[in-house]
Design a protein around this ligand. Structure first.
Ligand code: HEC
Ligand code: HEC
Length: 206
């Protein structure tokens, strides 16, 4: 068993949640409060509908609420390091984090168009097939054929390409400090071309 197939097997344990749980309605939360916090604080960078205000910031629209709430808790505790997000999350309660997650998950998503189709084609290959010569696992194995993720795994589809690139670099250098084991092993085997290509392809998924 290659090292990445072992990793895929480990991750599959985590994704093996019953389908019913995945399709379940989001928990009841105070969406009015979430909208207030978002308008007052988050929208400046992440956009009024979580679509991201610029290439510097991740899109939150359509992201799984469990993942958003978890990342906010990790920013608050310092498990995931980011000076900007640490201050943004500093005074949020667990209920507010969950409410913000549900608020953004409900927002509409939109795929991007790739200007460089040749590069996107390389990314499509990596995403669906990986790179057997360097041992890179196909991203689709864990993140899903359309990059939509699961309650345990982030949605990638339609994400800002620059953000994907920056996270792959942070995983590689272990600057993304929380839960980086699986993605470190993958990102450390990606060439610069593969990083750019796969980030571009991911941004075109819906
Ligand atoms: C000043 C700009 C700014 C503001 C305002 C801001 N963020 Fe962020 N946010 C960022 C940046 C930059 C990152 C990426 C951090 C990194 O590189 O790890 C980020 C990352 C995130 C992530 C992780 C996304 C992922 O895909 O892993 C979540 C969730 C998030 N922000 C939620 C929020 C919420 C909720 C608010 C409002 C309470 C907010 N942010 C306000 C800049 C901002
Ligand atoms: C073996 C399973 C697995 C495979 C294969 C995999 N990932 Fe991941 N990925 C994860 C997990 C788990 C996380 C969440 C880490 C966390 O919770 O912080 C993640 C997180 C990410 C993130 C961060 C998303 C965000 O919103 O911040 C990016 C980007 C990413 N993966 C890209 C990729 C790419 C590109 C590939 C293919 C080259 C890939 N992944 C293959 C399991 C996998």
């Amino acid at each position: 068993m290659g090292s990445w197939s072992k990793l895929a097997a480990v991750a599959a344990l985590g994704i093996g949640a019953p389908l019913a749980a995945i399709a379940a309605d989001p928990p009841a939360v105070d969406l009015t409060r979430a909208a207030e916090i978002s308008a007052g604080r988050c929208s400046l960078c992440h956009g009024p509908d979580g679509e991201s205000a610029s290439a510097l910031y991740p899109r939150l629209a359509g992201q799984h609420h469990q993942y958003i709430a978890k990342q906010l808790a990790d920013f608050q505790s310092g498990r995931r390091k980011s000076d900007t997000m640490a201050s943004m999350a500093a005074d949020l309660t667990a209920e507010e984090m969950l409410a913000l997650g549900v608020f953004f998950e409900k927002k509409p998503t939109k795929p991007r168009t790739a200007r460089d189709e040749g590069l996107a084609a390389v990314g499509r290959f990596i995403f669906h097939r990986g790179n057997e010569f360097s041992g890179v696992a196909a991203c689709a194995t864990c993140h899903g054929e359309n990059g939509r993720g699961t309650e345990q795994l982030p949605r990638l589809a339609g994400q800002v390409p620059k953000y994907i690139e920056s996270q792959l670099k942070s995983f590689n250098q272990r600057e993304r400090t929380n839960d980086n084991a699986i993605m470190h092993s993958i990102a450390s085997k990606l060439s610069e071309l593969e990083v750019k290509a796969v980030a571009l392809y991911i941004s075109t998924l819906d």
